[in-house]
Write a new protein. Structure first.
Length: 248
């Protein structure tokens, strides 16, 4: 479904990805963890087709994004949705209008069809009572759910989550994690999640990849990651100051 093969990416003099390889199965929830600045978001930007590698391959559903035409890349991107860390909502549109925007832009549905689809997703994510509110009038947790609803109206095969629980209290973080699991089971989506939240990562993941200095140092099921004998993995998941990861 998703495969990165020996991907390298640098920006200026800084090499961010140093030979990242990973493979995801259809319907899998794959979580990428690691220190800030180690290349997690750059990895999902490659999957989304927003950047191209300096070397290596990015293969989505059998299509090599590094060799495909712009039209083919656009088709693949249309099967994906991204839940941004900030929510990326449009401030002058209501919750309902934000969620409807992808359908309005596509012009493939009637006004009533759009209303019905949006209503269904708002109900699914417990947002109906907030449909007429502006983004400035809702909580951070609601913004994340609105962003997810906006993604779901397009029925994506792949959802990419960039720090979905960042800035949320523990209860709201648990709710977002529960929704990610629900999306997997209800819609059979393939999910890639970038996260610093260890509680969420272990709760939602089928597999976890640990990214360090631009390389995946370990990738396995949550239980095996938790019990890993790799000191880098143990230091990160337990948040320890001392260890091979140097704290600046």
């Amino acid at each position: 479904m998703i495969e990165l093969v020996d991907v390298y990416k640098g920006f200026g003099d800084r090499m961010v990805l140093n030979g990242v390889s990973l493979s995801l199965e259809k319907g899998e929830t794959f979580v990428i963890i690691g220190m800030s600045g180690t290349g997690k978001t750059v990895t999902i930007r490659h999957i989304a087709g927003l950047v191209m590698p300096d070397r290596g391959q990015v293969i989505i559903d059998g299509v090599d994004m590094t060799k495909s035409s712009p039209r083919e890349r656009a088709r693949i991107r249309s099967t994906m949705g991204v839940v941004f860390q900030s929510g990326a909502l449009i401030n002058w549109l209501t919750v309902e209008e934000n969620v409807a925007l992808p359908l309005v832009e596509r012009r493939a549905h009637s006004r009533q069809e759009i209303a019905d689809i949006v209503h269904e997703k708002l109900r699914l994510l417990q947002l109906l009572d907030a449909k007429d509110k502006m983004p400035s009038d809702i909580s951070g947790g609601m913004k994340k759910r609105v962003c997810l609803a906006r993604v779901l109206v397009r029925n994506p095969a792949i959802i990419l989550y960039d720090e979905p629980t960042s800035g949320l209290d523990p209860i709201m973080s648990s709710l977002i994690s529960e929704l990610i699991v629900k999306m997997k089971h209800q819609f059979q989506v393939t999910s890639v999640v970038v996260s610093h939240d260890m509680g969420s990562a272990f709760a939602i993941a089928d597999r976890i990849a640990v990214l360090y200095e631009g390389k995946i140092v370990e990738c396995d099921r949550p239980a095996r990651i938790r019990n890993s004998d790799n000191p880098i993995v143990q230091q990160f998941i337990h948040g320890e100051i001392h260890g091979p990861i140097k704290v600046d």
